[in-house]
Write a protein that binds this ligand. Sequence first.
Ligand code: PHE
Length: 495
Amino acid sequence: ITDSRTLSLQLPANVEGAQSLGAPRVIGSGADEQNAVKGALDSLVAREMVTSEQVTVDVHGLTAEGNAIAQNGSHEYLVWSALPPLDGTPLTAQEIQAKVGKDVAKVGQGNAMKNKWVTKKGDGFVKAVDTVVDSTKEALLAIQSTGAHADEKLLGDLRKRKLVEKKKSFYFKVAKGAKFSTTIEKVETDLTVELLNSGAWEKASFKKYNFDAEGAPTNGGALHPLMKVREEFRNIFFEMGFTEMPTNRFVESSFWNFDSLFVPQQHPAREMQDTFYLKDPVTSTGFPQDYYERVKTVHQTGGFGSTGYIYPFSKEETSRLVLRTHTTSVSSAMLYEIANQPGGFKPAKMFSIDRVFRNESVDATHLAEFHQVEGVVADRNLTLADLIGFMEVFFAKMGVTNLRFKPAYNPYTEPSLEIFSYHEGLKKWVEIGNSGMFRPEMLEPMGLPADVRVHGWGLSLERPTMIRYGISNIRDLLGHKVPIDMTERSAAVRF
Ligand code: PHE
C-alpha cells in the first residue's frame, strides 16, 4: 500500500485499550498482509463499527547503497578498518583497492583523510586513530528504523549522496464508529422472501449499498469484423440511394445462378470442382415458365440481335440446385422482378451483401465460402462511362481513390471490367472488384425495355476486412481457430 511497504494502525485515545496498545503499530510488512488489513478495515468501516482516516506522511528510507552502508559501514570506515595501526606496515593505494574494492577505495580514502582517521606513511597509509565513530552508518541506522532524522542538513546531505530517499507513507487513524461493537454481527445483503415471511427483517441489520462498486463486467453483444465492414458498406449504399435485395436463398437453382445470366450450360465454372451441387433434393422447378422458355431460346438459337450459343438447352441442367456461387443470382431474380412489376419498369439501384459458396481448395486467402458485396444500377441509356464514374464515387467513399480498369470477361456482361486499385502498402495494383454492363441476352428475355441498361459490380467483403484489420490469413478471421473473444476485441471500423 505504501512505498515504504509499511502500514500502521494508530489507535487514538478514545478507543478502549488504546493506551495498552501504544503508539502506531506496524501491522504486516508484506503487500498481501497490508491488503488483508486494509480489506478488514474497510469492512469494519462499511459496518460503521469504526471510522478511519488516512494520514499521509513524508518519511525517509534507505536506498540500496544506503542499506549496504547501514549494514557494513561507510566507505571511509571500511578503508580505515582495512589499514594497519600507526606503527604497522603501511598499505599502498593499490593494496587498499584490492582489499575493499575500487569504488569504496576511491571515495573512502579521501573522506578518511579529511576526517583525519588515516594518515600517510611513506608511500602508503596507516590508521591515525585507534577508534572512530562512523556517524554516517549511525545516521542511516536511525533513519532505517524511524524513517526520520532531526538533523535536516544531514538528511539533505544523505539524499544528495543518494543514500536515502524521500517516500510517502500513510497510516490510518481509527476511532469508534456509530455502531461500534466488539463482536461482528451478521448483516443481510438482500431482503429475501424468508426474511419477510419470518418477520426477521424487522430486527435484521442490512449491509449498506456500495454505490461506488464497479459492478461485474457485463457481456454485451459484438459484431464480427466482417459484419462491421458490412455495416459500413450498407451505409455507403444507403446514402447513395440504394435499396437492399433479399439474399436469404443460399440454395438456388442453376437457372437463376447461371442460365438467366446467359452462362452457357457447358461453362467450366459449373463443373463439380467449382460449384457445390445439392444431393437432396437434386432439382428445383421454381422459375417462371414463360421466362424459362425465353432463356432457353436465347441460349439455343439467340435473339435480341444475338446468335446465342447454338446448343441443345437442358432442362435437367437448369433445374439442378446449387449453393449459389455469386450473389448475381439474387440480382438476376430482382431484375426480373422490376421488369415485371405492376406499372412496368422503373429505374432502380439495388445492392446485396451476403454469403456465396465455391468449391475451392482452402488456403491463406480462400475459403469455400465468402461474402460478396454486389450492386446493380438499372436505368435507360446508361453507358460504360456511367459505370466507371459510379465506381470512382463508390470506392472513394471507402477511401480508395486510385482506380484503374482492365477489360475482362464475364458471360453475363459486355464489356466487363476488372477494377484495380493501387495498394500503398503492397506497392502494387491489386484487383478489388469485377464489373460490367449486363448483356441484352440476359436483360431482354426478362422483359426489360430494350433501352434499359444495367451495370453491376461485385467484390468480396473479406478482402477489405482483412486489409482494414491487418489480417493476412483468412483463417484468423473465420473458422475454428479464431479465438472466441476476437469479435469483442476487434475495433470498430470506419471508411
Ligand atoms: N458475379 C461477379 C463475380 O462473382 C461479380 C459481378 C457482378 C460482375 C455483377 C459483373 C456484374 O465476380
